[in-house]
Design a protein around this ligand. Structure first.
Ligand SMILES: NC(=O)c1ccc[n+]([C@@H]2O[C@H](COP(=O)([O-])OP(=O)(O)OC[C@H]3O[C@@H](n4cnc5c(N)ncnc54)[C@H](O)[C@@H]3O)[C@@H](O)[C@H]2O)c1
Ligand SMILES: [Zn+2]
Ligand SMILES: [Zn+2]
Length: 445
């Protein structure tokens, strides 16, 4: 049997045609996405589903398959491939997959064929079923995040199926449909040891610290500490939002905000994160004041249960308006945009001993937002940040979703394919979306 690396490496057409070859070689599952070549003749493309083992596309391949011996040299990533124990060198587990590549900050990215990711020893590769377009992706593209190195693939809010597993992963993740908090904690540092994976000292973030999910496949590190299995009742587009904006909003409202029934909660900026926060606050029994400059966003917030709304484009002093509407101020107020003005307005919206939660990211030049510290002292206000959420918090969210108390699918606005991401990122150059809700990317479109 002969096999040439060049032929096996040239898998692009097979990928776009949706074919893949999965070969189980315990404890890893290798995916090959190429025609199998024997004696210069293509034997066709094979498909295997992860949980069912090998299923040759062409029935005539079965006998041949039985005698395939496959090994992977973990250090080099080289795959040895042959029959009857005679291994042939030269095939690499390295194929081409579609991804949106950022080559210059702020320059229109393009759909490119890039190298297939392979899992870290403690990680997995996920076939992306859905990935959200969050304003943090826009920050990464604009060069606001010092962790991002070019060329880069963004995308961090995802759901999909585990198709490849590293050798140190203990849990049987293969074939499971999962989501993952975008801050992937290491599971062992001091912060993780106290359950605070969202601020892990050695955190990995797809789409920021390494290539993300604006692609057919994404690598996720520290899998055992971070993967969240999904119940069948939650479809992948809604599940993707749990990975960032919905999950972040849950922590911001419930854990950092400590919102209680009957509290007034002000949400400044009712985009993907803010609308999620409105839904979570309403489900927590709070009364919500939604603040935005878009009447469509405010209408959406009202549909989700916000008691009152403030159009910040028509009011001089947003904080004073919230204090009037809430008879003394909000117990909790969140900046879900990330702008010095919304940050200050949020602090000024608070009742005595109220709590401001900063969720929106402020780029480096704006991060030193001026805050009314006299008011912080005189009213004994608290100012806290909120960063993602830990994987161990998801059972609480999923329980509420399954009980129908939280319905992230209500926030979905539109689904696009990978090729539409560059235009969608450009639309975010203005902070007011054309229509409210979440944009989800389906890489199979
Ligand atoms: N802390 C975290 O872990 C975390 C997680 C997710 C997102 N984020 C950040 O949260 C922010 C929001 O992300 P998103 O994807 O929800 O954004 P988005 O673009 O969907 O929403 C922004 C909203 O703010 C509104 N807005 C614009 N100007 C306003 C103003 N002056 N006053 C009030 N509202 C105004 C817009 O109309 C829009 O509805 C971003 O900074 C993002 O990077 C942080
Ligand atoms: Zn995000
Ligand atoms: Zn850690």
């Amino acid at each position: 049997m002969t096999a040439r690396a060049a032929e096996v490496g040239c898998a692009e057409q097979d990928r776009s045609g949706g074919h893949s070859l999965l070969i189980r070689h315990e404890p890893v599952l290798l995916r090959l996405h190429a025609p199998v070549i024997q004696d210069g003749r293509s034997l066709g493309v094979l498909i295997a589903a992860p949980r069912r083992g090998l299923e040759p596309l062409d029935a005539g391949m079965s006998d041949w398959l039985c005698s395939v011996v496959l090994q992977m040299r973990r250090d080099s990533g080289e795959v040895l491939f042959g029959t009857g124990g005679a291994l042939l060198p030269g095939l690499r587990y390295s194929q081409l997959v579609k991804a949106i590549l950022f080559e210059e900050f702020g320059q229109l990215p393009t759909l490119r064929s890039v190298t297939d990711p392979s899992p870290a020893h403690d990680g997995v590769v996920i076939e992306v079923a859905a990935t959200g377009l969050c304003r943090s992706d826009w920050h990464a593209w604009k060069g606001h995040d010092p962790d991002v190195r070019l060329p880069h693939v963004g995308g961090h809010e995802l759901a999909g199926t585990v198709v490849s597993v590293g050798q140190e992963v203990r849990h049987p993740w293969m074939g499971r449909r999962v989501t993952v908090p975008f801050v992937c904690g290491c599971g062992t540092c001091m912060q993780c040891a106290t359950g605070n994976h969202q601020v892990c000292e050695r955190q990995r973030q797809p789409g920021f610290s390494h290539w993300g999910s604006f692609a057919q496949y994404v690598r996720i590190d520290h899998a055992d500490a971070n993967l969240v299995p999904l119940p069948e009742s939650i479809a992948s587009p809604a599940a993707a939002s749990l990975g960032c904006r919905f999950g972040t909003a849950f922590r911001a409202v419930v854990r950092q905000g400590k919102v209680g029934a009957g509290d007034w909660v002000a949400v400044h900026g009712c985009g993907g994160t803010g609308l999620s926060a409105v839904m979570v606050a309403v489900a927590s029994g709070a009364r919500v004041v939604a603040v935005d400059v878009s009447s469509a966003a405010l209408n959406f917030a009202r549909d989700l249960g916000a008691a009152v709304t403030v159009d910040a484009s028509t009011v001089d002093d947003v904080g004073a308006a919230v204090i009037d509407l809430t008879d003394g101020g909000a117990q909790v107020s969140l900046d879900c945009l990330g702008d010095p003005r919304t940050c200050e307005a949020s602090v000024r919206s608070l009742a005595r001993r109220g709590r401001h939660v900063q969720v929106g990211l402020l780029p480096a030049g704006e991060a030193a937002a001026a805050l009314p510290m006299d008011r912080v002292v005189a009213r004994e206000l608290e100012i806290v940040g909120s960063h993602g959420i830990q994987a161990h918090e998801y059972p609480a969210i999923l329980e509420m979703v399954e009980a129908g108390r939280l319905r992230p699918e209500r926030l979905l606005r539109r689904t696009i394919g990978l090729p539409e991401i560059p235009a969608a990122l450009t639309e975010m150059d203005i902070p007011v979306p054309g229509s409210p809700g979440l944009t989800i990317v389906d890489p199979a479109r």
